[in-house]
Design a protein. Structure first.
Length: 278
């Protein structure tokens, strides 16, 4: 099997290293920064550079870039792809990507699935990539049609060497709605929370709770700004809901209202238990 990967940052680099664990897989990679391609070859994460001439014959093409870049790459590369190639993007939002690339796939005859590997770290870049990043992690796929079982089975088979623990199938709209809550909101909350002036005085007074809440404040601002704006309607709904709930806590504390505050806290505890179990 021959796999091409466009974008050799944390996600693309980790995908390359994961595929390299299977000796039957040849991995070709491309990055806008050619020095990263050279470094990836030295690190044996890829077997060579992915060029336009080598697109023909790929079994799988993965695009590990921002959403806008996925659309730009596919607009240019679509006429060059072999019809037997399966293309999966790994961008953090799906509506714009899928709306743009599904028609290209239909026009030029190749297969395309929106994708989102649900793993990462607060670091970015190839130097932080690792082969086991996706071991046991969920992978979300967005197909053009939910009844194309053959396409989905083919995708799962091709992705086997990466080590995903679970593959979920959804629509682009549902993906973006859920990801606004599960991922994007966590980054906004963490990033806003650390801006308290007290943050500079936390040393010696913080433990697990502080570390858990601030871990993803250390983010890639260019990537997350694009993702937030791509998904702004869903994100604005979640932000509005959170601000409304935070105001209730603020009001209860401001008015020294023990009963209301206790109820708010118990409601949150109960909902967490219902959602995730004890």
């Amino acid at each position: 099997m021959t796999v091409g990967i466009i974008g050799l940052g944390l996600i693309g680099g980790s995908l390359a290293k994961a595929f390299q664990r299977d000796e039957s897989v040849t991995v070709l990679g491309w990055d806008a920064d050619h020095s990263i391609v050279e470094f990836a070859e030295i690190a044996q994460a890829i077997d060579g550079e992915l060029t336009d001439e080598k697109l023909q014959g790929l079994d799988l093409l993965l695009l590990a870039t921002y959403p806008e870049a996925v659309v730009e790459h596919m607009t240019r590369l679509a006429p060059l792809l072999d019809k037997t190639t399966l293309v999966i993007d790994c961008a953090g939002t799906k509506e714009k990507v899928c709306a743009s690339v599904f028609p290209l796939a239909k026009q030029y005859g190749f297969s395309f699935l929106g994708g989102h590997p649900m793993a990462g770290t607060h670091f970015s870049g190839f130097k932080y990539s690792r082969a086991d990043l996706f071991d046991g992690a969920p992978m979300v796929l967005v197909p053009p049609a939910f009844d194309d079982i053959r396409l989905l089975d083919r995708a799962k088979k091709l992705l086997e060497p990466v080590g995903f623990g679970q593959v979920s199938i959804t629509s682009a709209q549902e993906h973006d709605k859920r990801i606004a809550f599960t991922s994007q909101m966590a980054h906004i909350i963490s990033n806003a929370y650390i801006k308290s002036p007290t943050a500079r005085q936390h040393d010696g007074f913080s433990a697990g709770s502080y570390k858990d809440l601030t871990r993803v404040a250390w983010l890639n601002p260019d990537m997350w700004a694009e993702l937030f704006l791509e998904n702004r309607e869903n994100l604005l709904f979640e932000l509005g809901t959170l601000i409304e709930d935070l105001t209730k806590y603020k009001d209860a504390i401001e008015h020294n209202d023990f009963g209301t505050l206790r109820q708010l806290l118990d409601d949150g505890r109960r909902i967490k238990e219902e959602v995730d179990g004890k």
